[in-house]
Design a protein around this ligand. Structure first.
Ligand code: NDP
Length: 331
């Protein structure tokens, strides 16, 4: 039973030096538990924060123990009345090929809602993050301009599309021409900026002739430094992520307070867990838009348990278009 352990805490970017694949015991399920075989693993930028030994909204990963996260698995043995052998489930499980878990910690996936992998993306944590961050904090109104950074990723692609559904001028910022073409041609985003090849400040002036009303920020760093001076009066900023800083200890940047005062803008940091009581609402909107053909979703899938670390590292170099997953086994 292979397991992926955190063996050293990274200072900067995570590499193979920090993670080790080790052979463990296959666990035995007790009463109320099920034995789950991994099918798909979600790798997520927030896991980088859990590699640090610091206080956060979620505890750090322990050293020399399996890392963990959102997965899809198949129940191979059940001692829990609510689940049967063969059920496809999702939940937070350790990165190991087989795990035991209390049955009530898992959710059975309804395959009629879309591909099962969407439970880790569009119809899961990233989709809900996009929905609540944009709708609740961003409060977009028809005709307004939304800028989304990290636009071609798991969260950003959903933000961009919801922005179009609610009738906004959507500007997506991403790190390659392949990604900006996808945003424009497949998702119908109005303007795109490749932050690796363009001057973001100048490109924003062109892309946002009426200024910026909503900024959905997945990345922080230099990109946000260019956005803040262009905020309109009463702009709203949904501070979702800051991936540009995750691997840069004590990252510093220009001060933005004056821009907030000048624009009377509202910035709100959030985690999707803040909206736990409203997940059903978000889920219903996302599923309805998916069924109506208003939402589409891209996934980048690596194959094989041993490639989970590489898939995770790739998030920090932008290897993924849409949601990055690892397929470990056939359902
Ligand atoms: P993505 O699928 O967007 O993957 C990460 C992407 O970030 C990469 O593909 C890359 O795209 C981009 N990136 C990496 N390094 C940098 C950098 N230095 N500067 C700019 N862009 C960079 O991940 P998610 O959609 O899952 O997450 C997006 C953000 O939202 C993350 O910051 C994450 O931590 C946060 N998040 C927050 C949640 C919350 O509850 N608040 C929940 C889920 C996610 P590119 O090629 O464009 O550089």
């Amino acid at each position: 039973n292979k397991e992926i352990h955190l063996v050293k805490r990274p200072e900067a970017a995570p590499t193979n030096e920090h993670i080790q694949i080790v052979e463990g015991e296959k666990p035995e399920p007790k009463e109320g538990e099920v034995l789950v075989q991994l099918l798909y693993v979600s790798v997520d930028p927030y896991m980088r924060g859990r590699m640090n030994d610091t206080k956060s909204y979620i505890p750090p990963f322990a050293l020399n123990e399996p890392m963990q996260g959102g997965v899809i698995g198949e129940v191979v043995e059940s001692h829990f009345s609510g689940l049967d052998q063969g059920d496809i489930v999702t939940g937070m499980l350790p990165w190991q090929e087989f795990s035991t878990v209390k049955g009530d910690q898992l959710r059975k996936i309804d395959p009629s809602l879309g591909p099962i992998t969407y439970s880790l993306g569009l119809l899961g944590m990233p989709g809900l993050t996009a929905y609540f961050g944009l709708m609740d904090i961003g409060q977009p109104k028809q005709g307004e301009t939304i800028v989304v950074s990290g636009a071609a990723g798991a969260v950003g692609t959903v933000v961009a599309q919801i922005g179009k559904i609610v009738g906004c001028h959507v500007v997506g910022i991403a790190g390659s021409d392949e990604k900006t073409s996808y945003l424009k041609e497949t998702l119908g985003v109005d303007e795109t900026i490749n932050y690796k090849t363009e001057n973001v400040a100048e490109a924003l002036d062109k892309a946002c002739p009426n200024g910026i009303d909503v900024y959905f920020d997945n990345v922080g760093g230099d990109i946000s430094d260019a956005v803040y001076p262009r905020l309109n009066k009463f702009a709203r900023i949904a501070q979702c992520g800051a991936i540009a800083s995750y691997n840069v200890p004590n990252d510093q940047g220009p001060r933005m307070q004056m821009h907030l005062i000048k624009s009377s803008a509202l910035v709100k940091g959030f985690t999707v867990g803040d909206y736990q009581d409203r997940f059903q609402e978000g889920f219903q909107h996302l599923s309805k838009w998916l069924q109506e053909g208003k939402l589409t979703y891209e996934e980048t899938v690596k194959e094989g348990f041993d490639n989970i670390p590489d898939a995770f590292f790739g998030l920090f170099t932008g290897e993924n278009l849409g949601k990055q997953l690892v397929k470990v086994n056939e359902p």
